[in-house]
Design a protein around this ligand. Structure first.
Ligand code: C2E
Ligand code: CA
Ligand code: CA
Ligand code: CA
Length: 284
């Protein structure tokens, strides 16, 4: 704590040295310093092997069988400890380092899934991709090359995108079609939290819709939310999407979803995100 206070004090001196006299609340200064450290730290994180992936199982709700996983990035910073992706991904996007990190995630997830396949565990792997990565003209080619490199059938790879990706309609439609042509599957993540939910469902190359956890949280307590989720499931089914419910934490929530014909789910009830070595024990 002392060390941190000293750093904050230094920050103030340096800043006022530029003839800009700012008075920061200690909290603000600490936040700015933390952000700066994260931004600088991310530049080294890859080469220092500080990033790793955990894998959260996705289950068939009617049988409980694990049919796939979602890769979730983790970062152990040497001084800050574990930093959450909800904190560092936006900073990685701002600084542009998300491209390198994003390709590492794709490479690592495909590599790991191939290891499972070779061990007879035939499951799919979903990877989160941020809107910026989508803008990269080499995105499709890099994914294609990575699949070839590891000799994984593209049908076992799912790219998860949020609705924000769909804002540039023409571009995103082209990328989604190219992924589809490659044989990769596309999932809409956090469905229902964006602005364009219904038009997203009009895209014939989207395979999977993931209902956001914020809706699942309310299915047993809020009548409106329950109706909304039922409607999303029915609508999704009639349009031939696979529907995955995110963030299932209780048996009651799983039961509700099963009764209402949601086929797939993910959440702490079934499993937290796992180290790759722990997954085979769960699959049996
Ligand atoms: P997301 O894609 O919506 O991932 C689901 C998040 O919910 C994960 O948090 C997961 O650990 C958590 N979760 C799963 N089941 C439950 C549950 O039953 N209860 C609760 N309370 N939480 C649950 P995580 O791993 O902290 O990731 C947060 C977000 O960071 C992700 O949200 C995703 O947007 C982003 N993210 C994670 N990995 C990557 C990545 O490799 N690339 C990019 N671009 N974003 C990533
Ligand atoms: Ca996701
Ligand atoms: Ca999600
Ligand atoms: Ca989410």
């Amino acid at each position: 704590a002392l060390y941190q206070q000293a750093e904050i004090a230094m920050y103030k001196v340096k800043d006022s040295g530029k003839n800009n006299y700012h008075v920061f609340m200690t909290d603000d200064a600490a936040l700015i310093e933390r952000k700066r450290r994260i931004e600088f730290g991310l530049k080294e994180a890859l080469s220092r092997n500080e990033l790793y992936l955990l894998y959260q199982p996705k289950v068939d709700l009617s049988t409980g069988i694990i049919y796939g996983t979602e890769a979730l990035i983790r970062w152990k910073h040497p001084l800050l400890g574990e930093v959450s992706p909800t904190e560092f991904i936006p900073i990685a996007e701002e600084s542009g380092i998300i491209h390198d990190i994003g390709y590492w995630v794709v490479f690592e997830a495909i590599r790991q899934n191939k290891i499972w396949h070779d061990a007879g565990i035939c499951i799919d792997i979903a990877v989160n991709v941020s809107a910026l990565q989508y803008e990269d003209p080499f995105f499709i080619e890099r994914i294609k090359q990575t699949l070839l490199h590891h000799d994984l059938d593209p049908k076992y790879l799912i790219i998860e995108v949020t609705e924000s990706v769909m804002q540039n309609v023409e571009h995103s439609n082209r990328v989604i079609k190219e992924l589809h042509d490659l044989g990769v599957k596309i999932a809409i993540d956090d469905f229902g939290t964006g602005y364009s939910s219904l038009s997203v469902l009009n895209n014939v190359f989207i395979d999977i819709v993931k209902i956001d956890k914020s809706f699942i949280d309310g299915i047993l307590t809020k009548e409106n939310t329950a109706s909304l989720v039922k409607t999303i499931i029915q609508m999704g089914k009639s349009l031939n999407f696979h529907i995955v419910a995110e963030g299932i934490e209780t048996e009651e929530q799983a039961e509700f979803l099963k009764i209402n014909e949601c086929s797939f789910g993910q959440g702490y009830l079934f499993s937290r995100p796992l180290l790759p070595t722990d997954l085979p024990k769960k699959v049996t």
